[in-house]
Ligand binder design. Structure first.
Ligand code: AMP
Ligand code: MG
Length: 459
């Protein structure tokens, strides 16, 4: 239950709360979702639900790290550039095959990288240290009556990769809780896993509210604006691994809002935008309070101070975490202004999605960057998340703002790659002073992989 006293009371709200407090409260109502089994190729960015333990060694057998000749190292004793040792070549073995015979004294077997070491051999002499008589022979040819001249003494074990040197049978290769990156996915493939259990990605319903909004692609009557928040918020959700589900636009009426919100109740989270500032407050408050429970907070941040947070309840689906036959659907009511909604999503929506996905490291790294201009936050007891451009020169980070910072100026976000974090008690930052910045994009495109639907179709 949300409040201490039990029952569906309003969340205990306070008039002004810090960003940290708002986040803590939101996350306390957000549960990690249940696991699902998925094709390995579709698990990028998801969290592994159980330890992946190796059932065999990798590599399975001792094998060669080089193309060359498998030899008995003792046979090469004393070999040098001017006094090569001659060995009779008795066969050849490629990666993926086991050599039938053995390397007897005075003989060698031609061997390709990755091939298991033939019995009797204890070292590999690379081609570069021989006269390589087979160089021009077509591959797979079985010329066996040649001799190879070895120009360097081989140490026992030279160029041999040991069985299990990557992974030992019984070893936990990827522990539960790991975020799967390409290297973990490769490691799981090396264990032969074609399906893995990962924490499910949340379905996040996105609802825009406001009589002034029209859907993109439609004609725009005078006085109306296109709904941009649904698009920026939906793609932010996708970028961090959620699955956005657009509910469209609700007008500022009880009936419209109620109807749209109910459509979103089979999602894992609902994100609305607008309707939380003074003008539409009452309609939204009434609807949310009747359908679930909600608190309206003033968060000490600029932009985006009004924020609604609450929960809806719907009958539990299989395996839900809420218990008691009900499923809890957290609701974040973002401010309407396009920049405010994106910044508030960054601070609250992103961590909530990451937590649902089983990730516990949602803190963005912060950099210290040198201000290239004066930044004023006077008479405003709020943390200032200004849209900015961070550049690096001579190993130092520099930060400049993206022009006018009004919370309706979405183009200030278009140019930005970072947000400043100017504390509430700092009135002015002078050029040359260092401030904290949160990087939003380190390089373009790096997170696109998560937004794709399925990688597992085969051509
Ligand atoms: P509100 O929170 O409803 O007072 O909205 C604040 C401002 O954000 C108003 O100027 C709205 O027109 C604008 N706004 C609200 N929702 C959207 C949206 N989905 N897309 C673009 N602008 C919006
Ligand atoms: Mg409005």
């Amino acid at each position: 239950m949300v409040s201490a006293g039990g029952g569906r009371h309003f969340l205990p709200g306070s008039p002004v709360i810090s960003v940290e407090e708002a986040l803590e409260r939101i996350l306390s109502y957000v549960d990690v979702l249940e696991p699902e089994e998925k094709p390995l190729l579709d698990t990028l960015g998801q969290v592994l639900a159980g330890d992946a333990v190796a059932a065999f060694n990798i590599p399975p057998l001792d094998n060669t790290a080089m193309d060359g000749y498998a030899v008995r190292s003792r046979d090469t004793a004393g070999a040098g550039p001017d006094k090569p040792v001659e060995l009779r070549v008795t066969g050849e073995v490629a990666a993926g095959y086991i050599y039938d015979g053995a390397v007897e004294p005075g003989t060698a077997v031609r061997i390709m990288t990755g091939a298991p070491i033939p019995r009797g051999a204890d070292a590999i002499v690379p081609f570069e240290e021989t006269d390589e008589p087979f160089e021009k022979a077509p591959s797979g040819s079985h010329r066996t009556e040649a001799t190879v001249r070895v120009f360097k003494q081989a140490k026992p074990g030279a160029n041999i990769r040991r069985a299990g040197e990557d992974v030992r049978e019984g070893q936990t290769v990827v522990p539960a809780g790991t975020v799967l990156r390409p290297q973990e996915i490769g490691a799981l493939a090396s264990l032969g896993r074609d399906k893995v259990r990962v924490i499910r990605r949340p379905v996040v319903a996105v609802l825009s509210t406001g009589d002034e909004l029209v859907e993109v692609g439609q004609p725009k009557p005078p006085g109306k604006i296109y709904d941009s928040n649904a698009y920026s918020v939906a793609t932010l959700i996708a970028r961090f691994g959620g699955i956005p589900r657009l509910l469209g636009i609700a007008s500022d009426t009880v009936a419209s809002l109620t109807e749209r919100i109910r459509r979103g109740l089979d999602a894992d989270m609902l994100i609305t935008s607008a309707g939380v500032s003074r003008g539409d407050y009452d309609v939204v408050k009434d609807v949310l309070a009747r359908e679930g429970e909600v608190a309206f907070w003033t968060v000490a941040m600029k932009p985006g101070k009004p924020l609604a947070f609450g929960c809806f309840y719907s009958p539990a689906r299989g395996g839900s975490a809420s218990g008691g036959g009900e499923r809890r659907i957290p609701h974040i009511g973002l401010p309407g202004n396009p920049v405010s909604s994106m910044v508030a999503f960054e601070l609250f929506g992103r961590p909530a999605i990451l937590k649902m996905m089983g990730k516990n490291d949602w803190e963005r790294p912060r950099l210290r960057a040198v201000a290239e201009e004066r930044i004023v936050n006077r008479n405003d007891p709020r943390v200032f998340y200004a849209r900015c451009v961070v550049t690096v020169r001579d190993g130092r980070y520099y930060v400049s703002l993206t022009g006018p910072q009004g919370s309706g100026i979405l183009t200030s976000m278009v140019q930005a790659n970072a947000l400043t974090v100017i504390p509430a008690d700092v009135d002015v930052v002078e050029p040359g002073e260092e401030i904290d910045v949160i990087m939003l994009d380190w390089s373009h495109g790096e997170e696109w992989g998560q937004a794709t639907n399925s990688l597992s179709q085969r051509g």
